[in-house]
Structure formats: C-alpha cells, structure tokens
Design a protein around this ligand. Structure first.
Ligand SMILES: [Zn+2]
Length: 427
C-alpha cells in the first residue's frame, strides 16, 4: 500500500502535535517535581508538607496515566486512519443506509448515510476511550479519594449521555447536512443555524438538560442567602433564585455557575463548595464569578465563538470541492459528511495552535474578575483563602512550567493570582 502525500502530511502533523504535547507535559512534571520549586510554593502559600506530598503523588499518577493513554490513543487513531479505516467505515455506513432503503446519492439518503457514518465514528472512539475513563474514575481518582461515583452511576451517566448526545447531535447534524446540500451559500446559513442551536442549548440547559444528571435544591434561608443577595444587589445583578447542586455525587472537584441567557439569572452553587467553605469565602468565590458576568466576559466569549463558527464554516466551504482532501483518507470525494470529518481532523492541530491565544484572553479575564471580587466583598482576603481551599481540595499543583501553562491553563497559576491580589508579597 502506498501512502498518499497528503495523508503523510496529516499523519506527520498530528503525530508532531502529540510529541509537542508530551514534551510540554514532561517539562511541567520536571518543574513541579523540583524540590526547590514545590517547597518554595508550599512555604509561600502555607501548604503543609504532607499535603504537598499528596498533591505530588496525585500529579505523578495523572501524568503517567495521561502518558499511557495518549500514546495508545494516538497509535490507534493514526493507525486506523493510515490503514484507510475511514473509507471502511464509510462503506459500512453506505451499506447500512441501503439496507434501510436509503441510497447515498442526494436527498435524505445522503443525510442518513452521513448520520450513520458520523455515528459509527463516535461509537468507535467511545469504545477506545471507555477503558481509560473507567480506570481514571475508579482506580486513579478512587485511590486519591476524589471519586464519589458508583459503577451503576457511571453506567447510567453514560447511557443518558449517549441518548442525549444522539438526539441533540443527530438533530444538529441533520440540519447542517440538509443546509449543506440545499443552499449554495450553505456556510452562511449553517453558521447562523449552529449558533442559534447553541444558544438554544444554553437556554434549555438549566431547565431540561442539567436536571437529568443532577439534583437541585433551593438554598435555605440564612446568612449565606442574605449575603449573596446583598452582593447581587450591590453589583446590580438580577438574581432569580439560588440552588445547590449535588455535584458531590460524582466528584469532589467543583465550584459555581449562573444559568439563563437573557434577563434574570439563577445562581447554582455546588454542594462541594458550600461544604468546604465558610459564608464569606463562598460569597468571595461568587463575587469572582459575578465579575466574569458584569465585565461582559461571558458575552464576549459568545461573540468570539460566533465569529469562530463563521470562519470555520467558510473555510469548510473552500475545502469542500478539493477531492484530494477526501481521497487522501480513502473516502469518496465531495460528500458533505466527508467534508465535516476531513475538516475536524485538520482542525485538531489548528485549534492546538490557537489554544495559547484563547488562554491568554481567559487568564486576563481571571485577573479582572479577581479584582472585581476584591472591590465588592468586605474582606478581600477571603477570596485568597477560598482559592487556597479550592486548591487543597482538588490537589492541584500550585506551580507549573510557563510553556505548559500557556498552552493548557485557562486560569493563571495560583501563585501569580495571589500575588496580583496582594494576598502574598510580590517578591
Ligand atoms: Zn474565573
């Protein structure tokens, strides 16, 4: 078998990305494993040496796990693609569609074929990742005391996820495929449709989707509720109720969020946050989250994703007629579902390159939200206390290599945040 040039380029680029990712993880491990580094962080942040050792062992286990998982996954994925696996799955989808009485050429048959093709691909990738997910939750997280989930809960989450994913994914994909084959300027219409669909999901999330996975209870009367309402009033945030979510049934990591697209917003606090902190600290964390909202970070991220979606669909429309892009992966030329797959394959390395830019924006926003919180809570030190408790509870290493941090971290390293807040000395 002869590898096509374009396939060779893709495999090399994707493998190159993998090597860069592993190298960054290695650099990061070297940084936090350095005794001087973690002891310095421990001293400045007042973290007990026992706690640091636990954190270090958790980080090492996660590193080893990620390393094994990523080598196996990239091996299977690239091997599958190199051997023409996509072409094979496409033929299976065409055969399956025909057995249901749909011909692949045009009309609804092309949509059914496309749905089956994309469905089979996500089924295969789900099968590859399942053993790793199980190991991560029930061996690694369990060992370090983070897992709160039972096997039964895990399976029921998976089944619900597959059902909801198939319904929502099936709907949006059918819509995109239909738009693609019906309109000459499909990229423009698909852009608007996808964005509308994502707004709809955001709107449906709190009332329809979230309750399928979690239980919500209204926050009891008391000092916490009073203080949250007075904070909301102070920053003129229109709160429409506060709920507590049972995040602790899955994991002991977690925080808070708001729901609602327009008008009044519901505040959702994770029970893990409420249990771990005192009233002032919870209010400080919430003030930070309100900062994101009041400083329009959430609105701007919607605007950014709106334009990103447009650029992606436009680029896809330029790629659609290039036959080599499909045949390189052993697929039929010029199909709409093929364009989606080819584009998402090439998009992985592109989005990897964009990550540092996205993270840069996000980190600037974190500093701004911290500053907003300091201005609006009575005792600014409570935010620092809360951030330290959050770190302690999730056992995250407080230090990381700058290059790793630039690519992967949407939040600034804890040490930098606390310095910027004036919680610790800027030395
Ligand atoms: Zn934040």
């Amino acid at each position: 078998m002869e590898l096509g040039a374009l396939l060779g380029v893709f495999l090399a680029v994707r493998f190159g990305q993998h090597l860069v990712e592993r190298f960054l993880a290695y650099l990061n491990k070297k940084t936090y494993e350095n005794e001087n580094n973690y002891k310095y962080a421990g001293r400045v942040l007042n973290i007990a040496i026992d706690d640091l050792k636990k954190t270090l062992s958790y980080s090492r286990d996660k590193y080893q796990f990620a390393s094994i998982q990523s080598w196996i996954s990239i091996g299977i994925t690239l091997g599958f693609i190199a051997l023409g696996g996509l072409g094979w799955v496409e033929q299976a989808a065409i055969g399956l569609a025909e057995s249901f009485g749909f011909s692949e050429a045009g009309g609804s048959g092309a949509i059914v074929t496309g749905l089956l093709f994309l469905g089979l691909i996500s089924l295969l990738s789900g099968i590859v990742s399942l053993p790793f997910d199980l190991y991560f939750t029930f061996v690694l997280e369990e060992k370090h005391g983070f897992n709160r989930q039972t096997i039964k809960g895990f399976i029921s989450d998976r089944i619900k996820g597959i059902i909801i994913g198939s319904i929502l994914g099936g709907l949006i994909l059918s819509l995109i495929l239909w738009i693609m084959q019906s309109f000459a300027t499909w990229w423009l219409i698909a852009w608007i449709a996808v964005f509308g669909f994502s707004l709809l999901t955001v709107w449906l999330y709190p009332t329809v989707l979230a309750p399928i996975f979690n239980k919500f209870e209204p926050l009891q009367e008391g000092p916490l509720k009073d203080q949250i309402y007075s904070l909301a009033k102070k920053v003129s945030f229109q709160a429409d109720g506060i709920s507590i979510m049972d995040a602790s049934t899955r994991s002991s990591h977690g925080n808070a969020y708001f729901t609602g697209v327009f008008g009044k917003k519901k505040i959702v606090l994770f029970d893990t946050l409420v249990k771990a902190m005192n009233v002032e600290e919870i209010v400080a964390v919430l003030a930070h989250e309100l900062g994101h909202f009041k400083l329009n970070h959430i609105r701007w991220s919607l605007v950014r994703s709106f334009f990103m979606t447009g650029v992606m669909f436009y680029l896809m429309s330029l790629c659609l007629p290039i036959n080599e892009l499909y045949t390189a992966f052993d697929m039929q030329a010029g199909t709409f579902y093929g364009a989606l797959v080819v584009f998402s394959l090439w998009f992985s390395p592109i989005s990897f390159l964009l990550q540092p830019i996205t993270n840069l924006i996000s980190r600037r926003n974190e500093f701004a939200a911290d500053a907003f919180a300091l201005k609006n809570v009575e005792n600014g030190r409570r935010l620092g206390d809360a951030l330290l408790k959050l770190r302690e509870n999730s056992h995250v290493m407080p230090i990381s290599h700058p290059a790793f941090s630039a690519v992967y971290h949407s939040h600034p390293p804890l040490l930098e945040r606390l310095k910027a807040m004036g919680y610790i000395d800027k030395s």
